[in-house]
Ligand binder design. Structure first.
Ligand code: 1DF
Ligand code: MN
Length: 353
C-alpha cells in the first residue's frame, strides 16, 4: 500500500527532517581552491573532487540541489512530504580552511541561511556553522547564531584538520553551547590523513563507511574523555543511527569499564556517568542514511523513544520511498509522532506548523 506523501500532518504528525544540507558557491569554490593549490587533505580531494567536478548525474543533481534554498528545495520537500527541514552548511563546512578564510566563508554561509529561514519561516530551521580552528570566534558565532540569526543548534563536521573536540583547545565552543543551551550536531566528514589510507585504497573513505567509523570514534572519545562529566547538560546529536554506537553500546561500556580497571591506558579514566547513561541522557541520534526498520527499532530500544529523530540527509539521500519507510514503521502512533516531529521540536526548541 502506498499513500501520497503530503505535507500538513494528515497522518497525525508533521515530518521534520533534521540533517539537511546546503552549500554556498563560495564554499564550493573554496573546496576547489584547496584541491587546486594542494592544500586539501585526501578526503577532501576524494569527496569534493567528485561532487564539484564530476559530470555524473549524481554529482550534478546534488550540486544543483545543495545551492538552492528556495523553489527547488521547497518543491522537493513538498514532493516528499517534508514539512520542516533543519538546515546546516554541508560537510566539512569551513573546517578544512585556514582560520581567516574559514571565518569569512562560515559567516557568509550563516547569513545566507538566516536570510533563507526568513524567506521560508514555516519550512526551515537553521543551525549555526562554526570554525572550530578558532574556538573563541566560534563561541561568539554560536551566540550570534542564537541571538541574531534565530538558529536552534550548532553544526560541527567531526574532526578539524585531524583534531578532535575533546582537546581543551576547543573548550570555548562547549562553554558557549552550555551558556546558550543549544545542542551540538556532530556530522561526519571524511577521515583525516592520519586515518584514511586503508579506507581510500578500498573505496571506503566516504559515506559508505569512512564517515561512520571516524565520526563514531569522535563521539566515543568525547564520551570516554568525560565531556558529559564536564558539561552534564550538553546534548550531542549524531546522524546515521548514532554512527553504530547504539548497536555496540553494551560492548563499548563493558570494555571501557574493563579498560579503566586494568589501568592499561592513562586516558581511560572512570566516568561519573557510564557510557550507557551518556547515550541515554546526553545523546540523540537521527535516522539519516538508515531508513531501515530493524536499525530504527534498535536505536529506539537502546536510546529511548525520546532520543531518535527522523532525517533525510537531503540532497545526498533524496528518496521518497525512504520517507514512506518511516511512515510505515511498526511503531505505536505516539512513538512515530515523536520520531517524526516532536523530538526534533524539543531538542532544537522550535514549534513546527
Ligand atoms: C555524503 C553523505 C555527503 C552525507 C555528505 O556531505 C553527507 C555522500 C558532504 O554520500 O557523499 O552529509 N551523509 O550524511 O550521509
Ligand atoms: Mn549528512
Amino acid at each position: 500500500m502506498t499513500h501520497m506523501l503530503e505535507t500538513g500532518g494528515g497522518r497525525g504528525y508533521l515530518r521534520v527532517a533534521t540533517e539537511e544540507a546546503f552549500a554556498t558557491r563560495e564554499q564550493i569554490d573554496g573546496f576547489l581552491r584547496l584541491i587546486r593549490e594542494g592544500r586539501a587533505d585526501k578526503g577532501m580531494t576524494s569527496l569534493w573532487g567528485f561532487y564539484a567536478q564530476s559530470p555524473s548525474e549524481r554529482a550534478m543533481k546534488i550540486m544543483e540541489r545543495l545551492v538552492d534554498l528556495d523553489d527547488r528545495r521547497i518543491a522537493d520537500m513538498d514532493a516528499t512530504g517534508i514539512d520542516v527541514a533543519v538546515l546546516a552548511l554541508t560537510s566539512p563546512g569551513g573546517q578544512p580552511f585556514e582560520a581567516e578564510e574559514a571565518r569569512g566563508i562560515v559567516t557568509r554561509a550563516n547569513d545566507q541561511l538566516a536570510a533563507a529561514v526568513e524567506r521560508h519561516p514555516t519550512r526551515y530551521v537553521g543551525l549555526t556553522s562554526i570554525a572550530p580552528q578558532d574556538p573563541e570566534w566560534s563561541a561568539a558565532e554560536i551566540r550570534r547564531g542564537k541571538d541574531e540569526l534565530g538558529f536552534k543548534g550548532v553544526m560541527v563536521n567531526s574532526h578539524t584538520q585531524g583534531r578532535y573536540l575533546d582537546e581543551p583547545f576547543f573548550d570555548p565552543i562547549f562553554r558557549a553551547l552550555a551558556e546558550t543551551g543549544q545542542p551540538l550536531y556532530i556530522h561526519p566528514q571524511s577521515p583525516p590523513d592520519s586515518m584514511i589510507d586503508p579506507l581510500l585504497e578500498a573505496g571506503l573513505d566516504g559515506a559508505i563507511y569512512g564517515f561512520g567509523v571516524e565520526t563514531g570514534m569522535h563521539l566515543l572519545r568525547l564520551m570516554t574523555t568525560g565531556i558529559f562529566d564536564r558539561y552534564p547538560d550538553l546534548q550531542i546529536i549524531s546522524g546515521h543511527g548514532g554512527e553504530a554506537l547504539p548497536y555496540w553500546l553494551f560492548r563499548l561500556n563493558f570494555m571501557h569499564q574493563a579498560g579503566v580497571r586494568s589501568g592499561r591506558y592513562e586516558r581511560l579514566k572512570p566516568l561519573k556517568k557510564d557510557l550507557i547513561a551518556c547515550m541515554r541522557e546526553n545523546m540523540i541520534v537521527t535516522t539519516s542514511g538508515l531508513p531501515w526498520e530493524p536499525a530504527i527499532k534498535l536505536c529506539i530500544e537502546v536510546m529511548g523513544e525520546d532520543r531518535v529523530m527522523y532525517a533525510m540527509d537531503y540532497p545526498y539521500q533524496y528518496v521518497a520511498d525512504e520517507v514512506r519507510t518511516h511512515d510505515n514503521l511498526d511503531l505505536p502512533p505516539a512513538t512515530l509522532r515523536k520520531l517524526m516531529q516532536t523530538n526534533a521540536e524539543r531538542v532544537f526548541g522550535f514549534s513546527a506548523g
